[in-house]
Design a protein around this ligand. Structure first.
Ligand SMILES: CNc1nccc(N2CC[C@H](NC(=O)Nc3ccc(CN4CCOCC4)c(C(F)(F)F)c3)C2)n1
Length: 412
């Protein structure tokens, strides 16, 4: 450090704004994972409630790790209304900690869908605008179109990574694509994410070509995930839900149960459906486990969606869904082609505020108490073995009051 003379360094460090001086975040943790932790904060300066909230992410570890570098470098360049925007980066020189500042998003599709699923269970339907799914889909595709046109692939699209701005934000009801997930140590799909953190890895949104050993992420892989999200918005259920076996330490991308679930919804891909299927690395395993797939002959997405959810196979909603969920990645539309689908041109048109003038029924995020923050927290270990981010549910699950006199409209 000799290169900078001592009193100049002292002067600099005296001037540098410290994140703890600028923001109040004690006891306001809303997220935690192997990536670090996230706080809901307000600037200390303007104490009045009107100032928007901020999300402050403290990156795991210290110093500029490769994933921290990549996240900062990427986010600084990315600027689109449907992509989370990085406001500020704080480098705490004493602790070599890195903090990222974002405009706060109160909601996300994972919690929103869970809310509707539980409301259904207590058969107390929550009223939503008729264009709710269409508005969300339009904004996800706009955000992904922007990322893809900048040659950025998301690679882990799922409901938890689709944030929605809350009632107090000037961008009320706007979708923001984010990546709350794992600090990706490697970029190859073959690296077992489960080695980083077994709690959050879910294969329900992974394209079939990835499960069959495709070596590179593609734009089409993101579009498959968007198709899965669209189906889940319509039905409140993960389309390719598959129980996670206890230890998912397998390093192979091939996941027989997940493929089985996909085939039992979609049917088994024929040579005509997917010409390149036999060239995929795990095709041998596929034939060994499923033979010619005759047992799935009568299954199809249309059959699944019409029989389980009364969806018409001739509706433009279904047509777009089946385009996004083409088994052959070459047959999936690009984000732009999806945005040009008739579905978005028909009434009701997609809205900028996905809630329109409806009150927002979802609660605010719960704060995570630090006591449960230790790694060997029994709840965490228990949920960890059951895969998916159930551990997050234990802290943040919002269930509506299952009482008969549930008010028709809610105050957010
Ligand atoms: C809880 N409320 C809340 N409100 C606002 C923001 C926010 N957070 C938490 C951490 C998250 N951080 C990111 O979203 N970071 C991020 C990092 C990278 C990328 C783009 N890469 C994704 C992986 O593949 C390469 C490209 C993104 C982006 F662009 F996907 F949004 C976000 C943003 N939380």
């Amino acid at each position: 450090r000799a290169w900078m003379d001592a009193d100049f360094r002292r002067q600099l460090s005296a001037q540098r704004e410290r994140v703890e001086d600028a923001f109040e975040f004690e006891g306001r943790k809303v997220g935690r994972g192997s990536y670090g932790q996230v706080f809901k904060t307000k600037p200390r300066s303007c104490a009045d409630a009107s100032a928007g909230d901020y999300a402050l992410k403290q990156i795991e570890g210290s110093g500029l790790s490769m994933s921290a570098c990549r996240e900062i470098a990427l986010l600084r360049e990315l600027k689109h209304p449907n992509v989370i925007s990085l406001k500020q980066v704080y480098l705490a020189h004493e602790t070599r900690q890195i903090w990222l500042l974002f405009d706060y998003a109160e909601h996300d599709l994972w919690r929103m869908i869970n809310f509707h699923a539980s409301a259904k269970k207590c058969n107390s339907q929550v009223s939503l605008p008729p264009n709710f799914t269409k508005s969300i889909m339009h904004q996800i595709l706009c955000g992904i179109h922007y990322l893809h046109s900048n040659w950025v692939l998301h690679r882990d699209l799922k409901p938890a990574n689709i944030l929605v701005m809350g009632a107090t934000s000037p961008e009320r009801g706007r979708v923001k694509i984010a990546d709350l997930g794992l600090a990706r140590l490697f970029h190859q799909p073959l690296t077992p994410l489960t080695e980083i953190d077994p709690v959050v890895v879910t294969f329900w949104y992974r394209a079939p070509e990835l499960l069959l050993g495709a070596r590179h992420y593609t734009k089409a892989i993101d579009l498959w995930a968007i198709g899965c999200i669209m189906a889940e918005l319509i039905t409140d259920k993960p389309l390719f839900y598959c129980k996670q076996e206890e230890d998912i330490k397998t390093s192979s991308p091939y996941n027989r149960d997940q493929l089985e679930r996909i085939f039992s919804v979609m049917g088994f891909p024929s040579q005509q459906d997917w010409r390149d299927l036999p060239h995929l690395p795990k095709y041998g395993d596929l034939v060994r486990n499923f033979g010619t797939g005759q047992q799935y002959a009568r299954f199809s997405l249309g059959r699944h969606m019409s029989r389980s959810f009364g969806m018409s196979e001739t509706s433009s909603e279904f047509r777009l869904l089946s385009r996004l969920l083409a088994m052959d990645p070459l047959r999936r539309p690009s984000a732009r082609e999806a945005l040009e689908d008739r579905y978005f041109l028909e009434e009701p048109r997609p809205a900028a505020d996905v809630f329109n003038d409806f009150d927002i029924p979802y609660g605010k995020r719960d704060f995570i108490s630090d006591s449960s923050d230790n790694k060997d927290d029994p709840a965490r270990l228990h949920f960890a073995s059951r895969g998916r981010h159930l551990a997050v549910a234990s802290q943040q699950q919002q269930r509506p009051i299952c009482s008969q006199q549930l008010p028709h409209r809610f105050d957010s």
